[in-house]
Design a protein around this ligand. Structure first.
Ligand code: SAM
Length: 296
């Protein structure tokens, strides 16, 4: 099993920062994602979320699980195409935000609930035609359990589709952002498995293999997500990550203690400006990811 290594991000479920009160007894994976407000970042991802769902060839009736769904970047468009959708996420604040979005959109066949991708308690086996996880389940701490659970809850003949950031890929914006962030963090705990290993084909084949899926049933292609804001420039986008994205918030806390805030900030600004393709004052940053399809 690949563990964290230099050059891969170490943020995963390493909360770092100052934990207080309830956080001390909380699952650190949950605390990380409830720390900020991912809806502020998800707002930059809506167009690509819709495009990815449109490419799935959804034909209702279809039961779909969106795992690590956040506030519904992909769950909402899935439901709009007529699927019955359950969104499961470890972060209570994002589940609440998702249910508000579903209600506001009048999508009665879309429900968000709290749950852990490592252990989908209460979710029946073989209950979904499609299990989708876009930059979600990759952040759960026990990848072999995640693969086993995704296979368990998906129907025979059904599909699992994952979107995973690719480690050490210069065109994978979030991978680069996390790599910079983690370089300002203390080393991860013993036994920590980097989420970025979900962007490596051998790990994917190994994990689904242990869940009983042969490699011929797994296909992987590189695809591109876009972080888009017509009215925010890359400096303002980095400010959103600094204020609302748990892993980046933790990196700034660690950098502050080490007197390196400016260094971190400058590195992130350089990344965002270098990758921005919007010449008109807004932001459009492409980000390569690995799209994994498992046909059961
Ligand atoms: C980068 S966000 C992506 C959210 C959403 N899929 C999107 O594209 O907008 C990662 C999501 O995974 C969720 N997550 C992390 N660990 C999880 C776990 N163990 N079980 C379920 N969800 C998890 C986080 O709470 C967060 O909503």
């Amino acid at each position: 099993m690949a563990q964290y290594s230099a050059g891969e991000m170490a943020v995963g479920d390493c909360v770092g920062g100052d934990l207080k009160g309830k956080d001390l007894i909380m699952n650190p994976n949950k605390a990380l994602w409830e720390k900020g407000d991912f809806t502020e970042i998800a707002a930059l991802m809506r167009e690509s979320g819709e495009a990815l769902v449109a490419s799935l060839g959804i034909k209702p009736p279809l039961r779909a699980l969106d795992l690590g769904c956040g506030d519904g970047t992909t769950a909402v468009p899935l439901a709009r195409l007529g699927a019955d959708v359950v969104g499961i996420d470890i972060a209570g604040n994002l589940v609440a935000a998702g249910n508000q979005r579903a209600a506001a959109a009048g999508l009665s066949q879309l429900k968000f609930q709290e749950g852990d991708a490592c252990d989908l308690q209460g979710v029946d086996s073989h209950s979904f035609d499609l299990t989708l996880s876009v930059f979600g389940a990759m952040f759960a701490p026990r990848p072999f359990d995640v693969a086993r659970e995704m296979v368990r809850v998906t129907k025979p003949g059904g599909r699992i589709v994952m979107g995973n950031w690719i480690p050490n890929d210069p065109t994978s914006f979030v991978s680069q952002l996390l790599k910079i962030s983690s370089s300002f963090m203390p080393p991860p705990p013993e036994g920590f498995v980097s989420p970025m290993t979900w962007g490596v084909d051998t790990h994917i084949i190994d994990r689904f293999g242990q869940a009983g899926v042969s490699s011929e049933k797994i296909s992987m292609v590189r695809d591109t997500f876009h972080f888009i804001s017509p009215d925010k420039n890359p400096t303002q986008v980095i400010e959103l990550f600094r204020r609302f994205y748990g892993p980046t918030m933790n990196a700034f806390e660690a950098a502050e203690k080490a007197g390196k805030v400016e260094e971190l900030h400058n590195q992130l600004l350089e990344l965002a400006h270098a990758q921005n393709t919007n010449a008109g004052g807004g932001t459009a940053i492409p980000a390569t990811f690995l799209r994994v399809t498992v046909c059961l």
